[in-house]
Design a protein around this ligand. Structure first.
Ligand SMILES: Cc1cc2nc3c(=O)[nH]c(=O)nc-3n(C[C@H](O)[C@H](O)[C@H](O)COP(=O)(O)OP(=O)(O)OC[C@H]3O[C@@H](n4cnc5c(N)ncnc54)[C@H](O)[C@@H]3O)c2cc1C
Length: 306
């Protein structure tokens, strides 16, 4: 992106804009080369202007939330990364005596929502406790745990299309599948609403604590990681168990290691490169295919240049 375009982009964003920014600072696993630009719009009108500008000058872009299911390659991202974390409002609307609609901007975090619903004795989001993503990322990934997924609780999703227009789509009109919401490239989730039920605070609190405890025992939270690397084959055979059975836990390439605690996690021991992680991913895929005849698919999103 030349200096003139950089200046134009700078001028249209009221929030932060960083140029030549290492993406390792914006991914939970801590890898990723330099992105031409990272912008933090704070309002949907601003986002709309940015998208229009990027399309006009044919600059590739990608929306991100908390970067907790994301690997950016070492060659970085030749384009603009749009962080949605600035669009983070949360509000509650009564829906009769038993239900409340929680409306959240794409940049609100699941942890804020879990905390708020716990405080207000609202049940439905407990399964998200400990998932470190944003609302936009969680809807895009149809995040799930303990037998629940985002699609079970979501009611509407606001989608910004290329023209900058926002379409409010109802769940039934959206194509949610296991760990994905099928939306066309360039479409950005700007907000979502979740239908929650009035519950009992102690029960909600107990369930959240139980989930957080299980996560602490099972997941290698002491190291930087990107959550589950692979989708579970057929949605129900745990990829981590297959990796464990094949004796792959603990294998290390560079500073990236297949976690000894959970086979479906790759951890960054300190200075891992994206190429170390991708080499481990390829090695696991080859081994699992050879030994089990299963072609694992990554859950983690891999973007950028080699
Ligand atoms: C310790 C740990 C535990 C985890 N546990 C779970 C779990 O139990 N279940 C689970 O499902 N996941 C889990 N994850 C993965 C991750 O937290 C979720 O997938 C989360 O929902 C991703 O949100 P994010 O904001 O970090 O998305 P990002 O990583 O920023 O983005 C993920 C993908 O979504 C796209 N995206 C992000 N925001 C938008 C938007 N507004 N519009 C359109 N596309 C967008 C990005 O382009 C990218 O392709 C875990 C991760 C970690 C690190």
């Amino acid at each position: 992106m030349d200096t003139t375009l950089r200046q134009k982009l700078r001028n249209m964003v009221s929030g932060k804009v960083l140029f030549d920014e290492p993406m390792s600072r914006h991914t939970s696993i801590g890898v990723g080369g330099i992105a031409d630009a990272v912008v933090w719009p704070e309002r949907s009108e601003e986002l709309s202007r940015i998208i229009h500008f990027l399309w006009q000058f044919q600059i590739p872009f990608i929306p991100i939330g908390n970067g907790t299911n994301l690997i950016v390659k070492d060659g970085g991202y030749k384009g603009t990364v749009i962080s949605m974390l600035g669009l983070n409002s949360i509000s509650l609307v009564e829906r009769g005596p038993e239900q409340v609609l929680l409306h959240a901007g794409a940049g609100a975090t699941l942890s804020e929502i879990v905390l708020l619903s716990e405080k207000r004795s609202l049940s439905g989001m407990e399964f998200c406790a400990g998932i470190p993503g944003s609302v936009g990322g969680a809807v895009k990934m149809n995040a799930g745990a303990w037998g629940n997924e985002i699609k079970d609780v979501v009611e509407t999703v606001g989608l910004m299309i290329i023209s900058g227009e926002i379409l409010d789509s109802r769940k039934d009109d959206l194509k949610f599948v296991y760990r994905n919401l099928d939306i066309s490239e360039g479409t950005i989730i700007v907000d979502a609403s979740f239908l929650l039920a009035r519950g009992v605070e102690e029960q909600i609190h107990a369930r959240i604590n139980e989930i957080l405890g299980k996560r602490k025992n099972k997941h290698p939270l002491e190291y930087r990681n990107a959550g589950s690397i692979f989708k579970n084959p057929n949605g129900d055979i745990p990829a981590g168990r297959i990796i464990d059975e094949l004796g792959l836990k603990g294998i290390q390439i560079g500073s990236a290691k297949i976690s000894e605690k959970h086979g479906n996690f790759i951890v960054n021991l300190g200075n891992a490169k994206a190429s170390d992680i991708i080499a481990l991913i390829d090695m696991i895929k080859t081994k699992v295919n050879k030994e089990r005849g299963i072609m694992l698919q990554t859950e983690v999103m891999i973007v950028g240049e080699d």
